[in-house]
Design a protein around this ligand. Structure first.
Ligand SMILES: NC(=O)c1ccc[n+]([C@@H]2O[C@H](COP(=O)([O-])OP(=O)(O)OC[C@H]3O[C@@H](n4cnc5c(N)ncnc54)[C@H](OP(=O)(O)O)[C@@H]3O)[C@@H](O)[C@H]2O)c1
Length: 230
């Protein structure tokens, strides 16, 4: 059976993505910080995961490998918006980086890895020092890890770094389809009730990338299935 792991799957966009992937027939692993508060979804199992804590990521990797799990879809959805830079970079950048590295050996051929980014993550919107580093053709995943330790600037810069990671992992994992998506401005706890998009619409943008075929695009940034300039 095909398996999908969604981080931050307990509410908001992540929960809707999980619900739809379960409808698609996936065995869904719902990554949540507090399993006691996890929603109950058909065809899903709850996995404790705090993406801001490297030891939690390592423990999940160990559990999944120990059970012989293979992943067909990994959605790096968990994110924070109005948090201090340290937490923002730990959750939005270091988390997806370490988790993708940890789980890479468990990815099935043709697996889809989705990074949930933001329209605020365009390179042109970032301080020049950050944009220059992310644009560097010699940039590596370890460079992004070091950048996340420095936590320069806030949310937008963290999502620009996530987009850079998307390109780098697409190169490192040629058998997988690794893409980054902007869900748009969505009515969740993060987006607020004044946002123009429903949770279903935001999730649809994410689901598009979770459903790309094995010969589909990789290493690019999309909104509603359409490429957007980085
Ligand atoms: N909503 C928007 O308008 C919008 C726009 C652009 C991009 N996005 C992106 O879309 C993604 C989902 O956002 P959302 O709108 O669904 O936000 P949300 O309703 O605030 O949900 C955030 C999710 O992230 C989880 N999370 C936060 N810190 C975590 C950590 N350290 N470890 C594990 N999970 C953690 C939360 O889990 P808990 O329940 O444990 O807190 C929750 O499930 C984020 O990456 C966000 O940046 C959202």
């Amino acid at each position: 059976m095909a398996t999908a792991l969604i981080t931050g799957g307990g509410r908001g966009i992540g929960l809707e993505v999980a619900r739809e992937l379960a409808r698609d027939g996936y065995d869904v692993l719902l990554g949540v910080r507090d399993p006691r508060r996890a929603p109950s979804l058909p065809r899903s199992r709850v996995e404790q995961l705090d993406v801001g804590a490297p030891e939690s990521i390592a423990a999940l990797g160990k559990r999944l490998a120990g059970r012989g799990e293979r992943l067909d879809v990994l959605v790096n959805n968990a994110g924070v918006y109005r948090s201090p830079p340290r937490e923002t970079w730990d959750v939005n950048v270091r988390g997806p980086l370490l988790l993708t590295r940890e789980l890479a050996p468990l990815l099935a051929p043709g697996a889809r890895v989705v990074m949930v980014s933001s329209g605020l993550g365009s390179l042109s919107g970032q301080p020049e020092t950050v944009a220059r580093r992310l644009r560097d053709p010699a940039l590596t995943v370890d460079d992004v890890l070091r950048l996340s330790e420095a936590a320069p600037d806030g949310y937008g810069a963290s999502k620009a770094a996530l987009n850079a990671l998307t390109r780098l992992f697409a190169r490192e994992l040629p058998d997988a389809r690794v893409n980054s998506v902007d869900p748009g401005w969505v009515r969740t706890e993060m987006g607020g009730q004044g946002a123009p998009r429903s949770v279903e619409q935001g999730a649809a943008s994410v689901l598009w990338a979770a459903r790309v075929p094995p010969d589909g695009p990789t290493g690019a940034w999309f909104r509603d299935g359409k490429p957007i300039p980085w």
